[in-house]
Design a protein around this ligand. Structure first.
Ligand code: NDP
Length: 478
């Protein structure tokens, strides 16, 4: 046995991860259900490092040094279980299986438990950065036992992206499903980020009257400031792109129906279970689903409403500046909600996740990498008990300065009939949190009226019920 690590599942992600390990000096055993992929990898990239091609599970396992470390990079769901069932009987006590696919964290919890009972460490590792990230350095979010990280961690740290200060974008997240949970929330935040950027584009196009090329320039200039991020950068590229066949802006020849694979939906489903308000992520998922309902949209085209009238000159550029403020403030809210969800998950599942460390490993490699994650890291590092990112002094101050423009943008969008579900939900969340009194008091009254659900009073301890159908006197509930 000569290989320090093995990768099975050699489609785009697995192949590039295997190459990344090899380029970093590790001997890598490679295996794929369909052997031709294995041979193609070695033929094409064999000179990048040392690969051991394995054509059967037995050969693959035999090639690995002990404790064996084998990365599964196959289609998430049943295929992952099938591959685990195939390999687990060939492994021994102390070996480590790493699932780098986009597994649901509940599946990871189940698999970890089953394998732990068989003496095998199971590491559910979120991997972000797409194809390029896998090759040049992804952000890696490994869960599982702390013991497994001692042998695996240094290897992951080698292949992971490095933040500007040189630290690797990977860290042990927590037991069993913690890594995949954090990856799930990463993807939820990614949905929200993308939706907010799309709304900013729509506002600049329809209210500021900018062309896609002008918006690309605007985004490029925003990308030199506090919005500096991979998603803003690639958005500028997409907007500047011209369709070769028609000579039109690319964005005008693509159908306006967004697809989704499901991790955003999972984030929202789990947030509902945990009772965490992630309205920004939810609106982003719903915006994609609304975009896909062709029949619903067709049936609604004639509904009355204003047609946006573009601004001109200095007014347009002043509006664009306000959109930057609104985008930034909404983005801070999305991250606030995402980190709240991670905290809630960590408490519910006893994972003890370090939020500062999560922000730190998202600084490079992953899709939501952004300059301001370093500030989120700093906020949690200095105050790990921080209840909400918005209660961090610096973020609070920034939002305070942005909020007039944020309101103006949401109001103008409503006036001109441009949908901004992400901006508006973020602003409502902000105002909801800062409210002195919420109308939830009335909701309590309604619930007590129709269902005798009881309510709590502001001035006395205990639960109370009003005899709404009788003399309306109040009784203390047992
Ligand atoms: P795919 O998700 O397209 O999966 C294809 C691979 O799975 C092939 O190697 C295929 O083998 C293997 N496979 C499928 N079913 C089985 C089975 N029953 N038994 C054994 N092998 C099977 O590949 P990707 O590289 O796109 O993604 C791999 C994982 O990484 C997925 O979980 C994905 O969600 C995750 N991921 C993907 C990202 C991306 O940008 N694509 C980013 C981050 C994570 P065969 O060649 O024999 O068909």
């Amino acid at each position: 046995a000569t290989a320090q690590i093995g990768v099975t599942g050699l489609a785009v992600m697995g192949r590039n991860l295997a190459r990344n390990f090899a380029r970093n000096g590790f001997t890598v055993a490679v295996h794929n259900r369909t052997a031709s992929r294995t041979d193609a990898l070695v033929k094409e990239f064999g000179d990048e490092g040392t690969f051991v091609a394995a054509h059967t599970p037995e050969e693959f396992v035999a090639a690995l040094e002990r404790p064996r470390r084998l990365v599964i990079m196959v289609k998430a769901g049943d295929p992952t279980d099938a591959v685990i069932q195939e390999f687990a009987p060939l492994l021994e006590d102390g070996d480590v299986i790493i699932d780098g696919g986009n597994a649901h964290f509940e599946d990871t919890r189940r698999r970890e438990k089953e394998l732990r009972e068989r003496g095998i460490h199971f590491v559910g590792a979120g991997v972000s950065g797409g194809e390029e990230g896998a090759l040049h350095g992804p952000s890696i979010m490994p869960g599982g036992s702390a013991e497994s990280y001692t042998s695996l961690g240094p290897m992951l740290e080698k292949i992971a992206a490095k933040a500007k200060d040189g630290t690797p974008c990977t860290a042990h997240i927590g037991p069993d499903g913690a890594g995949h949970f954090v990856k799930m929330v990463h993807n939820g935040i990614e949905y929200a980020d993308m939706q907010l950027i799309a709304e900013a584009y729509d506002l600049l196009r329809r209210i500021a009257g900018y062309s896609p090329a002008q918006i690309a320039d605007t985004f490029r200039s925003w990308n030199t400031g506090r919005l500096d991020s991979y998603l803003i950068e690639i958005t500028a590229e997409v907007l500047a792109h011209t369709d070769a066949a028609t000579g039109k802006p690319f964005v005008d020849v693509v159908q306006d129906r967004a697809e989704q694979k499901g991790t955003g939906r999972w984030t929202v489903q789990i947030a509902l279970d945990l009772g965490v308000p992630v309205s920004g992520i939810a609106e982003a998922v719903f915006a994609r689903s609304l975009s896909g309902h062709a029949d619903l949209r067709e049936a609604s085209r004639e509904l009355p409403g204003p047609v946006a009238k573009p601004l001109e000159g200095a007014e347009a550029s002043a509006f664009a500046d306000r959109v930057e403020q609104a985008l930034y403030a909404s983005k801070v809210v999305s991250y606030t909600q995402g980190f709240h969800q991670i905290r809630a998950g960590s408490e519910a599942y006893d994972w003890d996740i370090d939020l500062g460390s999560v922000a730190a490993i998202w600084r490079a490699g992953c899709i939501i990498r952004a300059a301001f994650l370093d500030r989120i890291r700093a906020a949690y590092d200095s105050r790990p008990e921080l209840v909400s990112l918005l209660s961090d002094e610096e973020f609070g101050r920034e939002i305070g300065a942005a909020q007039d423009d944020w309101r103006a943008v949401v109001a103008e969008a409503a006036r001109q009939g441009v949908p901004t579900p992400g901006f508006a939900a973020a602003l409502s969340y902000y105002d909801g949190l800062r409210a002195d009194r919420l109308p939830a008091a009335l909701t309590q009254g309604q619930r007590d009226f129709f269902g005798a659900h009881t309510y709590r009073r502001t001035d006395r301890e205990g639960s109370f019920h009003t005899l709404w159908g009788g003399d309306r006197s109040e009784v203390e509930a047992g």
